[in-house]
Design a protein around this ligand. Structure first.
Ligand code: TA6
Length: 298
């Protein structure tokens, strides 16, 4: 487990970036700029919290723990180098294998006007991962706070063969009550309904959620808005061809067992920036690909 003292010595920025041992059981980076704060676990480079002022914008399971070799339920899991079940081997973990592993710090930055603060985390695949994914690649996540929260996920093919990947920033948004949620910006976009034989349907109007929803919107490159009562969040993605909308509802919440309470589904919704389903990313040797997203409370 990375040493917090060494992390602060090498990457800390007084008043902007500090590393600490989280109560969840692992090292985290705390980024602060203006009225925005983010907390990122070194495990999986997973954002666990994003606050604007005192208001938490993300949902995190009350039973989330770090360092137990299980994915943390909530925040922003990094699904890489595949989204969902492994395409042809269901003995491999869902949503890739980097979200449960420790990432390294690459660098930290403060903008000249101290308006934004950023930290970059890095994970390199190698021979020890060959049984899971036989490619050499590096993936970097840059998390930035300033006027909102921004994430940028860059993949570099370090091998000699072309590679294919799917990916997602699997964001769990906190909502006051799912009954008051409306997701806009996907009107007319086709989606794969994973709960109805994966058939292709078309979105009509904004999305309201009154039962389990698990959809991959394909060719979704538009801005998305999340309305939660009077609160409104703008979601702008780049380098992403898919958007995923998920709420487990009541029965799946019980089956998951790590949501923290039977009614947890009423206080969260996942809106994920992704390249999923047929929106695969193909990278030639030495090629780079970046998928990014900006979240703003508007
Ligand atoms: O993004 C939606 C989804 O693929 C759902 O099908 C559900 O499995 C969810 O991700 C959570 O996956 P996880 O492996 O984190 O339990």
């Amino acid at each position: 487990m990375q040493n917090v003292e060494a992390l602060n010595r090498d990457f800390g920025r007084p008043g902007a970036i500090a590393f600490e041992m989280s109560d969840l059981g692992g090292p985290v980076a705390r980024l602060s700029a203006g009225d925005q704060t983010a907390i990122v676990a070194l495990q999986g480079a997973q954002v666990l919290s994003w606050q604007r002022g005192e208001q938490e914008q993300l949902w995190l399971s009350p039973v989330a723990r770090l360092g137990i070799s299980k994915p943390v339920r909530g925040g922003i899991p990094v699904c890489w180098p595949w989204f969902g079940p492994h395409p042809d081997d269901d003995t491999k973990p869902a949503h890739g294998f980097v979200r449960t592993r420790p990432w390294d710090m690459a660098h930290t930055q403060i903008a000249a006007d101290r308006g934004t603060v950023a930290a970059t985390f890095v994970f390199a695949t190698g021979s020890e991962h060959a049984a899971l994914w036989p490619y050499e690649a590096q993936v970097q996540l840059t998390v930035k706070v300033g006027t909102g929260l921004s994430l940028s996920l860059e993949t570099i093919n370090r091998g000699t063969r072309p590679l294919i990947l799917s990916e997602a920033l699997h964001t769990y948004f906190r909502v006051s009550d799912i009954a008051g949620v409306s997701i806009g910006g996907l009107d007319g976009i086709p989606y794969i309904d994973k709960l109805d034989g994966e058939i292709l349907k078309s979105q009509i109007g904004p999305i309201a959620i009154g039962r389990e929803v698990d959809r991959i919107y394909v060719g979704a490159t538009h801005d998305v808005t999340l309305r939660d009562g009077a609160r409104k969040l703008a979601i702008k993605s780049q380098g992403s061809a898919s958007a995923v909308v998920w709420n487990p509802w009541d029965r799946k919440t019980l089956r998951l067992g790590d949501m923290g309470s039977p009614d947890a589904y009423r206080h969260m919704v996942c809106i994920e920036t992704a390249n999923a389903a047929n929106d695969l990313v193909m990278l030639a040797p030495a090629a780079h690909h970046t998928m990014s997203v900006d979240y703003r409370v508007v």
